[in-house]
Design a protein. Structure first.
Length: 215
């Protein structure tokens, strides 16, 4: 196999498809990764070059595949007639619909470990960023951060609620999303008033003027 970005991407996709049947039983673990490597017939050393952290890297890939699937479904949806809050709610709903609760539950356990916590936080931030970008957010100041911070919190809380939701069609989760988005809207109103205070815009401009460093 050639060492190129395209080949690595294809190999990662193969390993991801191979590990998914084992995740509900073994989690995103070393035994599951070993089984996936054997299933696709990769040399173990090559598999480690592709995924240095083993199953953790495949859990990352699973999350990013979910983000991509959400964005694809959003792109196929006519958002013009929807209120902005409904667009955000739809994006969150689609993100959940393209994921499997058990796979996510197992991933949450992995990303809760101290050595993986930063990776998990970056993935959540990335999902929030992807949603805002898909919805046309063009902010380039404090709003860029505050929107993503708020939505990251909502997404995290929603995933936790969703994993334990036994209601028909995850109805309770979608009602939970509506309540949390209402909280974001209240925060945005308060934030807007604070920013209008004398000197606040200049202060924030000084803090966030440097180039943004995204996860």
């Amino acid at each position: 196999m050639k060492n190129s970005a395209l080949d690595v991407g294809a190999a990662t996709a193969e390993l991801l498809a191979a590990i998914l049947p084992y995740v509900p039983f073994d989690g995103w673990s070393a035994p599951a990764f070993k089984a996936a490597v054997e299933a696709v017939g990769f040399d173990p050393a090559l598999a480690r070059l592709i995924c240095p952290r083993g199953a953790v890297d495949l859990a990352v890939a699973y999350h990013r595949v979910g983000d991509a699937a959400m964005l694809a479904r959003l792109a196929e949806t006519d958002l013009a007639a929807r209120r902005y809050r409904d667009r955000v709610a739809l994006a969150l709903r689609l993100r959940l619909e393209v994921a499997d609760p058990e796979n996510v539950r197992r991933a949450a356990a992995v990303f809760a470990l101290p050595q993986n916590a930063a990776t998990g936080a970056a993935l959540i931030w990335g999902t929030a960023d992807a949603i805002w970008r898909a919805l046309g957010d063009a902010s380039d100041d404090f709003n860029w951060y505050s929107k993503r911070m708020s939505l990251s919190g909502v997404y995290s809380a929603t995933v936790l609620y969703w994993m334990g939701d036994t209601s028909e069609g995850k109805r309770d989760t979608f009602e939970f999303i509506e309540r949390r988005i209402e909280g974001i809207l209240r925060f945005e109103k308060i934030k807007g008033r604070v920013i209008e205070l004398p000197g606040m815009k200049d202060l924030l401009a000084g803090i966030y003027a440097p180039q943004r460093q995204r996860p």
